[in-house]
Design a protein around this ligand. Structure first.
Ligand code: GCW
Length: 662
């Protein structure tokens, strides 16, 4: 067993009486999504309970003890479901097919978790309308920032349609994910041609598999496609020829691939083309495309990750953190209704700690989506364990003060604050063609967790982790306890032994892996820590770049002074002397030393806890995970020592506790 089915790798479990007695599943099987749900239940019962209920293509089974019925019922919330048991019969009802599918997977989850189905009565509805993955897969099979092998969507400029795609769709649906973008936002070469007839047939087949699991296929789009496909000499969004070209193009595309949900666009960012070339705004660009896809119900998801990547490190006025906000805030209210702005969780780039992006709470008249990254580009690249759901929860729970005092990022992207339905959450995916999907076995908790969080953000990070552990490894108290400890301590540990107090980066350029304190310090990417022998940090207060003032009160005021700034973000917002004293009574310098030693100790503790599972987990899985832990152990020491030594050499001040610093 190599966990080819991840958390759907069913094993026999002890189940309650009702589950054992199920012999029939009644459902309107003519609906392909409901059929998937019914078949999933059938397979799960066969493998978990050891019985194989018969499928009947009628949901009207009367009242049949020992049956499950899946039925449509009006009035329930979109993609939600109601499950209940009565006299030995289990009913899953929903107002749409996705709701039924999610209800079926919920029942399977109950089986896997060993829950008693007797008297079950459960109503759920997804909080985020769009629950989406963004793959950064290239058509040559490589994956940008991919840490679990190659793409399973593409190889040699061809689209792959095979069994793995089906398992992929099952995994996503079981976690509640309903949309996916399969190609990299950096659209180049053959990927530009995905909107030509060269690829329609395979795309259509792919989209049909996804559709059976309630997942909508999206593509990343090359903004300059009319030029790169050699059909026009411009991509000016206000040029009538360009607008007509896109309209005609979208007609062809949607006719050929009717299940397509729309497009994701990275424009004017890191060398990608965009409307700036023609002195047009991002609203001009997005709206042109939105008009073209509107007749087909298509969405345009436009990324706000726009900044100057040719900065001069000597320049202290330009602040990359400001750029997303500055580029988009003035456009609020000018986007068409089928445009969604997709905003990274923080203003920089998926660091282990960042403030929440100020566009959340800034924008009030625009559809918005949160972008997080489960590919651990800056958080250990799926070689270090780093369970990110606690971070995502902090982000979702951040108070923006855009409307009253209670309003959070979650309220905005769930559509509650501004009464929107075109919104949600996307994660840069962490999958590849590795046998276990995510390279590190424990990184699958981020994939599963992301979907669960998007559907039910009120679940705690612990609840999600526990669920994932039991689904994956079975019900065993020791496994649950040790893996839960590891997962829940992994993000705090990573934060402790890497860049301190919100400053971020300090990684090797390009690959973004491993410590290099000054790696980006004199580079063009706008990512500086400004450390000298006296102090460290970037002044983003009103005296500095003014970034802190982009937030609504009371956030702006709190961020603006070192004394009131949340300490975990202190160096992000302020340049302070090493002697600055934190609430703990420690100086910044001592805090850096201490946390770096603590981080490594925590890793050691995680590893020794994992060792206790030897003999309990399947050997191959135990060994391959252990291999990664051993690397993390060594590599966390490298981080600790490089960072501690750097600051020791800058300051000449020794560790109060006399520990070894090189
Ligand atoms: O910082 C960057 C990553 C790039 C990525 C980019 C983005 C897809 O290092 O690899 O490009 O973020 O989000 O567009």
């Amino acid at each position: 067993m190599g966990f080819e089915q991840a958390w759907l790798s069913y094993q026999r479990r002890e189940v309650c009486g009702i589950a054992e007695n199920i012999t029939g599943i009644y459902a309107p099987l003519q609906n392909p999504v409901i059929k998937s749900g019914a078949e999933e239940l059938q397979t799960a019962f066969a493998k978990i309970v050891g019985t194989r209920p018969v499928l009947y293509s009628d949901s009207e089974c009367g009242h049949n003890r020992g049956s499950i019925r899946l039925m449509m019922k009006e009035g329930l919330p979109t993609e939600g479901y109601h499950i209940f048991e009565e006299k030995g019969m289990i009913t899953v009802e929903a107002s749409d097919a996705n709701g039924i599918l999610y209800g079926a997977f919920e029942l399977i989850r109950c089986l896997q978790l060993g829950k008693n189905l007797e008297g079950i009565n459960l109503t759920k509805e997804p909080v985020m309308p769009l629950r989406m993955l963004n793959h950064w897969d290239n058509m040559d099979g490589s994956i940008e920032r991919g840490y679990s092998g190659n793409s399973f969507f593409f190889e040699n400029d061809e689209i792959l349609v095979n069994e793995r795609i089906v398992t992929y769709a099952r995994l996503l649906a079981s976690a509640g994910i309903n949309a996916t973008v399969i190609n990299n936002v950096n659209v180049k070469d053959s990927a530009t041609r995905l909107i030509t007839d060269q690829y329609f047939e395979s795309l259509n087949r792919l989209s049909e598999i996804f559709a059976r699991y309630g997942i909508r296929l999206f593509l990343s789009l090359n903004y300059a496609a009319p030029m790169e496909l050699l059909e026009l000499d411009s991509a000016d969004p206000l040029d009538d020829r360009v607008r007509a070209w896109w309209k005609a193009k979208m007609k062809v595309v949607f006719e050929a691939v009717p299940n397509l949900g729309g497009f994701l666009i990275k424009a004017d960012s890191e060398g990608r083309p965009g409307p700036f070339t023609y002195n047009r705004t991002h609203a001009d660009g997005a709206n042109m495309l939105a008009e073209a896809v509107k007749p087909y119900g298509g969405l345009i998801i436009w990324r706000c990750f726009v900044y100057n990547c040719r900065q001069d490190w000597r320049d202290r006025k330009t602040d990359r953190a400001r750029s997303g906000y500055d580029n988009f805030i003035g456009l609020d209210g000018t986007f068409l209704d089928n445009v969604i702005l997709q905003i990274k969780n923080g203003p920089m780039d998926f660091q282990v700690r960042e403030p929440v992006h100020p566009l959340f709470g800034g924008l009030t008249k625009t559809n918005q989506m949160l972008e997080v990254q489960i590919a651990q580009e800056y958080t250990g690249q799926q070689r270090h364990v780093c369970y990110l759901i606690p971070m995502f929860k902090e982000i979702l729970n951040f108070h923006t003060y855009v409307k009253g005092t209670d309003d959070t990022v979650q309220d905005i992207v769930s559509g509650r604050t501004f009464h929107q339905t075109k919104c949600g959450i996307a994660a840069v995916a962490n999958t590849g063609n590795d046998e276990n999907w995510t390279g590190h076995d424990l990184a699958a908790a981020n994939l599963y967790g992301f979907g669960r969080l998007a559907y039910e953000p009120d679940l705690t990070a612990e609840e999600i982790a526990e669920e994932w552990i039991t689904l994956t490894y079975g019900k065993d108290e020791e496994i649950r306890k040790e893996l839960l400890f590891i997962l829940m301590n992994s993000w705090p540990a990573y934060e402790k032994y890497t860049a301190p107090l919100g400053i971020g980066w300090m990684v090797n350029p390009n690959c973004h892996y491993g410590p290099s304190v000054d790696g980006y310090e004199y580079d063009r990417w706008g990512t500086y820590h400004r450390a000298d022998h006296l102090g460290i940090g970037v002044d983003r207060s009103h005296n500095g770049t003014g970034y802190a003032m982009l937030y609504r009160e009371p956030n702006a005021r709190a961020y603006d002074t070192p004394e009131t700034c949340p300490e975990e973000l202190l160096l992000f917002f302020h340049h302070v002397p090493y002697s600055f004293v934190l609430k703990s009574g420690r100086t910044i310098l001592q805090h850096i030393y201490d946390t770096h030693f603590e981080g490594v100790e925590l890793v050691d503790e995680m590893v020794s806890r994992y060792e206790r599972l030897k003999g309990k987990l399947p050997e191959r899985i135990y060994e391959r995970t252990m291999e990664r832990f051993l690397h993390q152990k060594e590599h966390s020491r490298e981080w600790r020592d490089q960072i501690n030594t750097y600051f020791y050499r800058k300051t000449g001040i020794a560790d109060e506790k006399g520990r070894r610093i090189y």
